[in-house]
Design a protein around this ligand. Structure first.
Ligand SMILES: [Zn+2]
Length: 443
């Protein structure tokens, strides 16, 4: 695969919606899936009555043990406005069975709120219900089965396993392209940029060809099946030759949960380095080319971020809106006051966030407006200024006020955990380099 091909990254969330189906019901009779059916039967032959035998070799499924039952199996995806009543009527299932199921302790609550996209699995014979399963959380399934004395409900635990894994990438064209080549989800890369290094590194202007990242992060599995990525545990980012490290730390009492340098300083600052959603910028980012409208700081006392019209602009810090309107060459412009004499300005906007008005409080990261080219602008870009006591400072280099370090009471615990994570990161580096040297890596 050629790496100099420019790939436009299409960001899409991991959750797919199922509400826009032309067919009202998604009906999946068991017979259509002989392989799955066979696998379920295989799982059951080991222990047909015990729901706790989930650690068996049976594949992941939302409908454990239903294949042993006579009758027809239905997988129902809940649509908008559905109720259990309607679902039972639709499939001509016995309404008195529904009433009996809802009368079971535990079942009523677990079935009370069905939402579009939820899946119910039912087994019935001529409308007589034998079983009903519904996943009620990432780790629990409600299982209702008919017994001699009526229905019985139980909660089956399906634990989610977190496995730490490594990813290593070098940036040729964009962070997202490098992430994809390294097999990392876009959500995980957004964590890296937004939750870890977004205060230290300007992911719009500072990313260079040859920048590298190395992550230790968690992947979620259930019954051996990959569900998605979870948290980054430790990260290294080499930007323009400068090495940045971060580790995740959560204290046992829940008081602290965030990312820190290995010596215990928070990665967060009171101001973001680049106050805009870099996803859309990075999709047409070319590190070998200078931004054509990147003017000198001295000329107009701010930084210009070339970005497509409509790109979200974020409040770079907590503050209060002091101005939102039109002002001369700035065009549509927002000014925020942050306390301590610091103010920020966002110019040439195409529009403001809905309802934004002077006096309003905003939190760091809140969307306040959208990139445009109003006022004296040659093309769509954000003009950003950072002032201290009215004096312009270069937002790209100004020392940003620090957030709190790890409190002394937690330092010993933090240090031991951080050391373990850094060791894990270093250990992975050996394998990453070995991988890249056998031709699988990117350089
Ligand atoms: Zn400008």
């Amino acid at each position: 695969m050629s790496h100099d091909t420019r790939i436009r990254f299409d960001y899409s969330p991991a959750i797919t919606t199922v509400t826009a189906r032309p067919v009202r019901w998604r009906l999946l009779p068991l017979m259509m899936f002989p392989l799955l059916g066979g696998a379920l039967v295989y799982g059951l032959t080991q222990n047909p009555l015990m729901h706790t035998a989930r650690e068996s070799a049976a594949p992941a499924t939302d409908a454990p043990d239903l294949a042993s039952l006579p009758g027809e199996k239905l997988d129902v995806i809940v649509q908008r406005h559905d109720t259990l009543d309607r679902i039972f009527r639709q499939f001509k299932l016995d309404q008195t069975d529904l009433a009996a199921i809802l009368g079971l302790p535990g079942a009523r609550q677990a079935l009370s709120q069905i939402r579009p996209g939820d899946k119910l699995t039912l087994v019935h014979e001529d409308g007589t219900v034998h079983a009903l399963n519904r996943r009620i959380s990432e780790t629990e399934i409600l299982s209702v089965t008919r017994a001699d004395s009526g229905f019985a409900a139980e909660i089956i635990t399906t634990p989610v396993e977190f496995r730490a894994t490594h990813a290593y990438g070098t940036i040729d064209s964009s962070l997202f392209v490098a992430a994809r080549a390294a097999g990392v989800n876009p959500e995980t890369i957004l964590q890296l940029a937004n939750d870890i290094f977004g205060w230290e590194i300007d992911f719009v202007l500072d990313i260079r060809t040859g920048d590298r990242f190395h992550l230790v992060y968690e992947q979620k599995f259930r019954d051996g099946q990959y569900l998605g990525d979870a948290r980054i545990l430790a990260a290294e980012f080499v930007n323009a030759g400068e090495r940045h490290h971060a580790v995740h730390y959560a204290s046992a009492d829940g008081q602290i949960d965030g990312y820190f340098t290995p010596d215990g300083r928070s990665m967060r600052r009171q101001f973001l380095r680049a106050p805009l959603d870099f996803r859309r910028v990075s999709s047409n980012f070319n590190p070998n080319r200078r931004h054509p409208i990147l003017n000198s700081i001295r000329a107009h006392q701010g930084v210009d971020y070339a970005a497509p019209t409509g790109t979200s602009i974020k409040a770079s810090g907590d503050g209060r809106v002091s101005f939102a309107g039109v002002k001369g060459g700035y065009g549509k412009v927002i000014t925020l006051e942050h306390g301590g004499g610091i103010s920020t300005l966002y110019g040439h906007l195409s529009g403001f966030a809905r309802g934004l008005r002077p006096g309003q409080r905003v939190k760091q990261g809140d969307t306040i407006g959208y990139v445009g080219s109003t006022g004296a602008a040659t093309g769509p870009h954000l003009h950003y200024e950072y002032r201290v006591n009215g004096i312009h400072r270069n937002p790209r280099t100004v020392r940003l006020p620090d957030a709190a370090p790890i409190p002394a009471d937690y330092l010993v615990d933090f240090q031991s955990k951080a050391a373990a994570l850094i060791a894990q990161l270093e250990q992975g580096r050996g394998t990453a380099v070995a991988t890249s040297e056998d031709g699988q890596g990117r350089r």
